[in-house]
Ligand binder design. Structure first.
Ligand SMILES: O=C(O)CCC(=O)C(=O)O
Length: 241
């Protein structure tokens, strides 16, 4: 494991986020972008408006991305993040916040996980179903087991929607909606260059501004975990790494 990765893992544990440069080369990024651009966009998992272009269930929609994303460097990073067991992928989304986008993301934590079905289980709930897809608030230790890797496909700074985060907020468990803003005074902005990655715990409070830039902000958001859900419940997008 490289020294830089080891340091990023330590920062992630302490602060709930960390950034890494040059996880992907410029040619690897170009290849990923051309795979995304060649995809058939008619599925309901593709959402395109003036302000956002999102592809949910990314690896289900574009299976060719799997090999392009799980490069030797990415696998090295996953080994550094999960030293005790190989994780599974639990979610993958592509987001573009296009030039001049008005898409503003309010302060939140990522607390719902996408699962295959509703079940009456202690510690799980509330449940939601949107367009037939079930999500649930799981126990805190499940949320704490997840690590998000946001791979940046464009240079990203405050002008084109770099993520803002609150260091250490991942240690507070699920914060009540009414208390979220009280936690945000110590926020920092996380610029990342194309080919770099932002690592984040889902419980880290985060938000992003509208874009005032002429540049796009394309990101692939990948979530990984080694946790197993109770019998009969499964991550809806679970995929082997
Ligand atoms: O990419 C962004 O600006 C925000 C996305 C986000 O908040 C999320 O993935 O939970």
């Amino acid at each position: 494991m490289s020294h830089v990765m080891r340091q990023a893992v330590q920062e992630l544990q302490e602060n709930g986020f960390a950034t890494l440069t040059s996880i992907f080369s410029i040619s690897e990024i170009a290849a990923i972008l051309s795979t995304v651009e060649a995809a058939d966009t008619t599925s309901v998992n593709f959402r395109r408006s003036q302000d956002v272009f999102a592809i949910r269930n990314l690896l289900g929609e574009i299976p060719a991305l799997r090999e392009q994303l799980l490069t030797p460097t990415m696998r090295q990073l996953l080994a550094a993040l999960f030293p005790d067991a190989t994780p599974h992928l639990t979610k993958a989304i592509y987001f573009d916040k296009p030039a001049g986008s008005n898409w503003l993301v309010a302060w939140h934590q990522d607390v719902m996980i996408a699962v295959n079905r509703r079940l009456n289980l202690p510690g799980y709930g509330p449940w939601t179903t949107k367009q037939g897809e079930v999500a649930v608030l799981p126990p805190r230790q499940i949320l704490e087991s997840i690590i998000t890797v946001r791979l940046h496909l464009d240079d990203c700074d405050a002008s084109n929607g770099a993520l803002k985060v609150v260091p250490g907020s991942h240690r507070h468990g699920v914060i009540a909606n009414n208390d979220l803003l009280a936690h945000t005074s110590r926020r920092v902005t996380c610029p990342v260059l194309a080919g770099g990655a932002m690592l984040m715990q889902p419980l880290t409070l985060h938000a992003s501004n509208r874009s005032t830039s002429a540049r796009p902000r394309r990101v692939i958001h990948l979530e990984f975990s080694t946790a197993e859900l109770p019998v009969e419940l499964e991550w809806r997008e679970r995929a082997k790494v």
